[in-house]
Design a protein around this ligand. Structure first.
Ligand SMILES: *Cc1c(COP(=O)(O)O)cnc(C)c1O
Length: 450
């Protein structure tokens, strides 16, 4: 802005200094505080006169930031952590400074061009045709919902006598699929995976065909397979599921929010055979592709169907659709969007794709190391061999309350952040390793407390 006077100049230096120190060093894990504690420490920060940049930044540094867990800490292994590369994080500063609009080609051609090349890389790894394309949306939840809305719209053009639209997915599918069904007010049938938790084509065919014969005016419009479940990292049998969808004209959506990232390692790519038949897929670069929040790559085999579904029509927008250019807004449930794929693009462009494969392999090696240590540990039991980088295990004799107590203490002692989960109604622990800076010693330090 034009008010870049001496005071702003100083603030700029402070902000950059803080950001660089934050990026350079392992931050403390930190942890949450109650609203009362935060109010006591921060007070009311919104005042008529304003605090001034310096004071507001101090407040952030000393109070607010320390009440947020550092998701990129090498011993943050709960949920799915985040591990943006330095390049991606640094470039996020540039994106923030540039007032880019990522919704239309007219306004953001350069940014959209770069984002599309990054999407192309994923699309090519999956073996989708050159005509495939999509957009970076906020997260897997919006990605899945946008894809499923497209799938239903597509099927609506084929059948007009349907009284109930239905999604089919594995019992192990992510909660966002069930949430999408709620939002769309459609049914969902959950199919039992095999004993290893893998959804198989033949059981999908059986369940869907039986459902259709029992409910002739109901129609399964999409079958969702998961490429790397969040809890255990299990990849459904895409190769056997694909023909089940093709034979029935059902949309094949692959939810790879976490796991599909491993397409970029030649070692794990074969695990996703069948992905080339997907009608749509998602993968979150903010999970395991070293990009900051929030970025989900949503890719359609035939983006024209998505555009016909999601294009918003308004008088003031008409000029955007006349030029026939690629407008990212048209491919999901959103309109205004930040060019959120750019930090990912920058990192990928700067490092090259080989380095992505190397970083990915590193996290999977650490997952194998963790599995080995767990197998040797007298108190622990490995639940399954890790397929990707999730390691699930049990502490012999522990109930949920004991896991929770351990987890709370681990964070309070600032050793690590690992939360209990459950599997088949039993409490378990899991490490999700997506950070190439997580070392063997980080794993052994945590396991030593069990
Ligand atoms: C994380 C995850 C999602 C949801 O993605 P968000 O980015 O958190 O919205 C969906 N599916 C799977 C398999 C996931 O791991």
């Amino acid at each position: 802005m034009h008010e870049f006077n001496k005071e702003v100049e100083e603030l700029a230096k402070e902000i950059l200094d803080y950001s660089l120190v934050r990026l350079r060093t392992d931050p403390p894990l930190d942890g949450p505080k109650s609203p009362e504690e935060l109010l006591a420490l921060a007070g009311n920060t919104i005042t008529p006169e304003g605090l001034g940049g310096h004071k507001a930044l101090e407040l952030f540094k000393d109070v607010l930031a320390t009440a947020c867990i550092s998701t990129d800490h090498p011993r943050y292994l709960a949920f799915i952590p985040s591990a943006p590369s330095e390049y991606a994080n640094l470039f996020d500063l540039v994106v923030g400074a540039s007032a880019l609009y990522g919704g239309s080609w007219l306004e953001g051609a350069g940014a959209v061009f770069a984002e599309n090349q990054a999407l192309r890389w994923i699309s090519d790894l999956a073996g989708l045709p050159q005509s495939a394309g999509g957009v970076f949306v906020q997260g897997g939840t919006i990605g899945n919902l946008s894809a499923l809305v497209t799938a239903r719209a597509d099927f609506r053009t084929k059948r007009s006598d349907v009284t109930r639209w239905v999604i089919a997915a594995s019992v192990e599918a992510h909660s966002s699929i069930k949430s999408a069904a709620e939002v769309m007010d459609v049914g969902i049938i959950l199919i039992q995976p095999d004993k290893d938790g893998v959804l198989q084509g033949p059981s999908c065919a059986d369940v869907i065909d039986r459902y259709h014969s029992e409910n002739p005016t109901h129609q399964v419009f999409a079958l969702v397979a998961t490429a790397g479940t969040t809890n255990l990292g299990i990849i459904d049998n895409l190769k056997s599921i694909a023909p089940v969808t093709k034979e029935r004209g059902i949309w094949f959506h692959v939810d790879g929010a976490y796991g599909l990232a491993a397409l970029c390692s030649p070692k794990t790519k074969p695990l996703f055979a069948g992905i080339e038949s997907a009608d749509s897929l998602i993968v979150d670069p903010h999970k395991w592709l070293f990009a900051p929040f929030d970025a989900c790559a949503l890719i359609y085999r035939n983006p024209e169907i998505a555009k016909a579904t999601h294009l918003q029509k308004a008088a003031y927008l008409e000029t955007l659709d006349d030029d026939g250019e690629w407008n990212p807004s048209d491919y999901a449930i959103h309109l205004t969007r930040r060019a959120r794929g750019l930090p990912f693009w920058f990192s990928l462009a700067a490092h090259g794709t080989n380095e992505y494969a190397t970083a990915m392999d590193k996290t999977m090696d650490i997952a194998k190391y963790a599995a080995d240590l767990i197998r040797q540990h007298p108190n622990l039991e490995l639940l399954v061999e890790p397929t990707l980088s999730v390691v699930a295990f049990k502490r012999k004799g522990w109930q949920m309350s004991e896991y929770q107590k351990w987890s709370d203490k681990l964070l309070a002692d600032q050793i690590g952040f690992v939360t209990p989960s459950s599997h088949r109604n039993e409490a378990i622990l899991r490490f999700a390793i997506v950070n190439p800076w997580t070392k063997e010693s980080d794993i052994s330090e945590i396991l030593a407390t069990l």
